[in-house]
Design a protein around this ligand. Sequence first.
Ligand SMILES: [Cu+2]
Length: 531
Amino acid sequence: MKLTTASVLALLAILKPHPASSVVIQSRANVKPITLNIVNADLAPDGFKRSTVVVNGTYPAPLITATKGDTLQVTVNNQLSDPTMRRSTTIDYDGIFFQTENAFNEGTPFVTTCPIGPNASYTYTVPLGQQAGTFWYHSQLSVQYVDGLRGPLIVYDPADPQKHLYDIDDANTIWQVGDWWHNTTIPLLAGYVATGIVPVSDTGTFNGIGRFNGGPEVPFFVQNVEAGKRYRFRIINTSARNVFTISVDSHNLTIIEADGVSTQPMTINELEILAGQRYSVVLTADQKVDNYWINAPYVGGTPSRNLNQNATLSRAILRYAGAPEVDPTAPMSSGPDTPNALVEANLRPLVAELPPPPDVNLTLNLVVTDGKAQWNVNNVSYVAPTTPTLVKILDGANSSSDFNITENTFVLPKNKVIQIDFPPNDDDEAHPFHLHGNNFWVIKSNSSDAINEVNPIRRDVVAVGAAGTTVRFVTDNPGPWFFHCHIFWHMQAGLATVMASGLDDIRNDVKPDNDWAQLCAAYAALPSDEQ
Ligand SMILES: [Cu+2]
């Protein structure tokens, strides 16, 4: 059953106890219905046709826009039929922090919900609260978003404190980079399990367009600009593995946002973006009218394992109005000759916050089991339970021992400051760790040896790698929040935990609706090829 606007309003009234009159007026204006039909479609983003799992037939998925304070009412109609990819689905709204009472709508399978089976529908109620910035949405089930189910979610702030820094910020100023495979995910995952080798992508796509060695010359994405104008480009790495390095020939980029948090403007000419991360950059079109390369080379695994891969072909064109409709004449480079690259540790929030000292200290060691598709956090490889964490909590689970060992669930006190240390590791690629329900201060970035307890950036996806990383967050939004590597191949191989805080509050505040309550039984009743 779909939620009606009236029932959403009723739900909002329950969620946010305000004087009734103001709730009705505000909510009516703010509820935004969205329909996502999840379908299989044959698409060829890089000229190679394959079956996909996509929203409304497109890759990337359609842009969702909202205004700060809106509530999205996202109806997902699952119409999947191709058995070479998962047929059930869930949607995660990456970087949106669901409040405790609404935790059941945040889409993490077997943590807060169960997947939606084929030919079924579910409506997620997604209040955006006071968040604004650059977000995205994707399937959170297994590695299904590799098959195409990923798209942008932009929340505009009419009172954006950085508005004076740019002239243009609209549907045509979003840059989505992502890794792309020619095979579908059930065979890809089987190959990973058999070999322990994470699949190496065939292609990198820029706004859904890419090229591979020996493939057709698919026209590059063209970003049109007008001389003299200042553009806010919202960059999202929708990869399941690859790290992209973004630059624009002859132009600087001024970072003003990281993962939905406004930053002090910081001018660079090259930035590395990990899977799941987002940045807003301002580019001033201050060069002569011409075509310029937007370089977006990527890394992710050993290129020799996939001879289709050619990271130099991952790019787009910045075209000034009046320039000829041709490729830039400059050679395809991987970036500026004199890089002035983003150093994450140097980012500062626009509004500085002093992180309180930690009450609880955790250390998370990330270790792969040699030669296997198995990743461990403190010697435990996460395995999704059949009964979601949230259901167990509502049924009375109270301590870590009430969950399977393989759920790797940390029960934390509420309203406390949690510090998590990731010791340095020697893995080939940094792990982009992503927290649901909250963001964290980056007390120590992998990009530097410096400790910053004064004015660190706050974000929700951070590199965990060779130099070690420390993050700190407050458990002021109780919930069972997934904390996992955004290399979804690693996540699927166990590189995940659940940070569960305020279990009594969860029991008091979470009143799931009947549609949600029926998801798990319906999913459990499905034959395995429909799950
Ligand atoms: Cu990882």
